[in-house]
Design a protein around this ligand. Structure first.
Ligand SMILES: [Zn+2]
Length: 62
């Protein structure tokens, strides 16, 4: 059992996101188009690349 790193908010698995979510065109959590607004959820490293994940400006993960 691994406990989550408290410094790191739980981020979605980049490998499972759609390309548009990886490219910050859609919310990383709910896949709604961001349309120029949004906020950074966090950065994750995937296959040697750093992805900055964006989510809706207002909380959407529910
Ligand atoms: Zn969202």
């Amino acid at each position: 059992m691994k406990s989550p790193d408290p410094a790191q908010p739980s981020l979605p698995d980049v490998a499972r996101l759609r390309p548009r979510q990886q490219m910050a065109m859609e919310c990383a959590l709910c896949a709604r188009p961001l349309g120029g607004s949004g906020r950074v959820l966090g950065e994750v490293r995937h296959r040697g690349l750093l992805f900055r994940l964006w989510v809706c400006l207002r909380d959407c993960h529910r």
